[in-house]
Design a protein around this ligand. Sequence first.
Ligand code: TPU
Length: 565
Amino acid sequence: MGDFTVGSYLATRFEQIGLKHYFVVPGDYNLILLDELLAHEDIEQVGCCNELNAAYAAEGYARVNGCGAVVTTFNVGAFSALNGVAGAYAERLPVILVSSGPNTNDAAAGHLLHHTIGTHDFSYQYEMFRHVTCAAVRVLHADDAPSMIDHAIGTALRERKPAYIEIACNLSDAPCPAPGPFEAPRWSGGSRALDAAVERAAALIGRAKRPLLLAGVHLRSFGAVGAFRELAEALGCAVAVMPDAKSLFPEDHPQYIGIYWGGVSTPGCEPIVDWADLIVAAGPMFTDYTTVGWTALPPRERLIDAQPGRVRFPDAECTGVALADFLSTVGGKVSPNAATLEQYRRETGGPDGEAAPTPSAGPDSALTRAELWRQVERELDAKTTLLVETGDSWFNGMYTRLPGGARFEIEMQWGSIGWAVPASFGYAMGLEPRRRLISVIGDGSFQLTAQEVANIIRHGREMLILLVNNRGYVVESEIHDGPYNYIKNWDYAGLVAAWNAEDGHGLGLVAATAGELASAVERARGHRGGPVLVECRIEHDDCSRQLLEWGSKVAEANARPPHQG
Ligand code: TPU
């Protein structure tokens, strides 16, 4: 058997799939497992304040690293992580949730156990996670560990979804066969299906007078960002980007025409998408949010909808087709047709013809949303990631122009407030050197998971957190106001001092005027050894026009009466 245990087998797989960090909260069921993992010094164990945060951190880490992992104790830990794991499913990110489970003798002995709901059945946690993972395994015998662990991890990497691995607590250090090499399985389809899909797509594109490309969120998860660009450049048409796919096609590319988000699209984009006679959408998620309450759903008769694993045409569907293969092969078969791009340029006067730059505010003027975002945009360069939390930050971030190379992170499918602080922590742990993270987070969202800033401080991550203090849940106020949308104010900048305690190097600042924000951002740029949090104070009703418009359309869709008959 050699020296391998179930725990060290798992650790080896973690290393082999490219993890350098994994996120944990200890509990008596998983302590031996954590020891086994700790023995592998090439992967770092990163403690979090709670399991919800640990799962979000692993999700954020997966965004930059390709996959992530979180280790919890039974029930009380894993259940807190459930929200973050489901979010990773929604966002198509392979996060491996490892939970320890009861001692293998306890089920047969008929024992009742702590941290459970007090029944003799211990399988309900596994049953619950089965719904939010693409593979779920319970290791109840050490002999099963290699195949079960490999099945769960391999499926997660292929499907770009989370997996669940439960390991009985008395098996973590049980002997186990040594792991062999691990090759991450890649989604690949059959060549006949690919040929058929490509032929059909090339013919439709060839016949179209006004083809247009639409970038969707799944491009990144399925490694198709480069293939999409190849197709775009071969076709030479206008390229619009869905809101949840922002930054997956460079905004400084000459073919980029903006964010397509129905009535809240960036200027000049929507009329061109509507004018196109064929939309080739690559990896889109058409939901009530991305289609603005179903008002911006491209009609099927003008749509090629290329998804991971299938391509849907107006009158046919080809299954078993890998997205990246499809896009790059179609790219090799099409002739240039720039009709939609030319029309966009005619209508807008060129790629920069749209928005006039926001004038800067005088240094003593009260801070406004517009001034805040003007300063955010000025801070972005090719090495920055802009991460935005659910709330008005979504909208303001969406209309912020990204330089080429800049990245954008948004959790639009799951949209769980509280995501941004721990996801920023995980993201920062995985970020390549010399790249910078700027996270913009509303006060309401911040209050859910704020304590994870302490671990950003602990690990000395030099990120900038812009906390938008508009005194409450503005996004909700604009959809439907009520007393429940107003929250207790906090001294946000003061919290940083509390989290620093005796050894931290975080910096907390307050900006109530344009000048104070400018000097805070300047200080942040030079600050070393920890994060800078700037509490940006703006009026409660200072929100984006697009939030109002989008909110009313989504609310209308929510309010449709039950269908009769
Ligand atoms: O920009 P702003 O003021 O809307 O942002 P803030 O202050 O972060 O408020 C967010 C308000 C919000 C809520 C309460 N956005 N969505 N929700 C609903 C919600 C509740 N619970 C979770 C876990 N996720 C949600 N999206």
